[in-house]
Design a protein around this ligand. Structure first.
Ligand code: CA
Length: 222
């Protein structure tokens, strides 16, 4: 999953980015409203963390512009501790959730996981398919109850597919959602990650749909 993290306070931004990367996200950072607006308009994010007090354009204006432009990604706003009016304005402007500063990184990550799940209509933090269980809280995967070791990129590919069972996902889409913007992207490496994943997963879990992409088997009845 790929996130946009918008925060002008550098120490906080770097700490959050490090926590999010450790948790298995690809993270783009912006330290002002104009850069945030551009990135959110042109890149495809699974969720956005948006501070409201920003230089060059405030967060609320950025959020309103995204929504006016039809950008529908989940957005969590960061508000001042006593800023109840900011929360109201933010939610009315199209925010999906908020956190008041200061907050624990764990709470931010729990809220992001929930936002990302809900965007795909998934209620449980445990994603399951053909004996594969991916625990989004721990970034852990088991197959028939046995833990399997995945590299960061293998995990990101599987995580993206497990959030979309039965949906055909193209290599380009996967590439967009597992690499941060400054990464040298190559959609051919997706094939390598899929091949490695298949060796670790039940044989028919990931289907190749010729010319279109990959599809995680949908669980019967769910
Ligand atoms: Ca700020």
């Amino acid at each position: 999953m790929r996130l946009l993290l918008v925060e002008d306070e550098q120490t906080l931004r770097k700490q959050l980015a490090a926590s999010l990367i450790r948790a298995g996200y690809a993270v783009d950072e912006a330290d002002n409203g104009q850069d945030a607006l551009f990135l959110g308009d042109t890149e495809n994010y699974d969720a956005v963390v948006l501070d409201l007090g920003l230089p060059r354009m405030d967060g609320l204006s950025v959020l309103k512009r995204w929504r006016a432009n039809g950008r529908a990604m989940p957005v969590l706003i960061l508000t001042a501790r006593d800023g109840w009016h900011e929360k109201v304005e933010g939610i009315d402007a199209g925010a999906d959730d908020y956190l008041a500063k200061p907050f624990h990184a764990e709470e931010l990550m729990a809220r992001l996981r929930a936002l990302i799940r809900r965007a795909q209509g998934l209620a449980s933090p445990l994603l399951q398919c053909r004996g594969i269980v991916l625990d989004t809280r721990e970034s852990r995967v088991t197959v028939d109850g046995w833990p399997i070791e995945l590299t960061a990129h293998e995990f990101m590919v599987l995580d993206y597919l497990m959030h979309r069972p039965g949906v055909i996902v193209s290599r380009t889409e996967l590439t967009e959602h597992i690499y941060a913007q400054d990464f040298d992207r190559d959609s051919n490496t997706i094939e390598v990650f899929i091949a490695r994943l298949r060796k670790k997963l039940p044989p028919d879990a990931i289907k190749t749909v010729r010319g279109l992409g990959y599809q995680l088997a949908a669980e019967a009845g769910g």
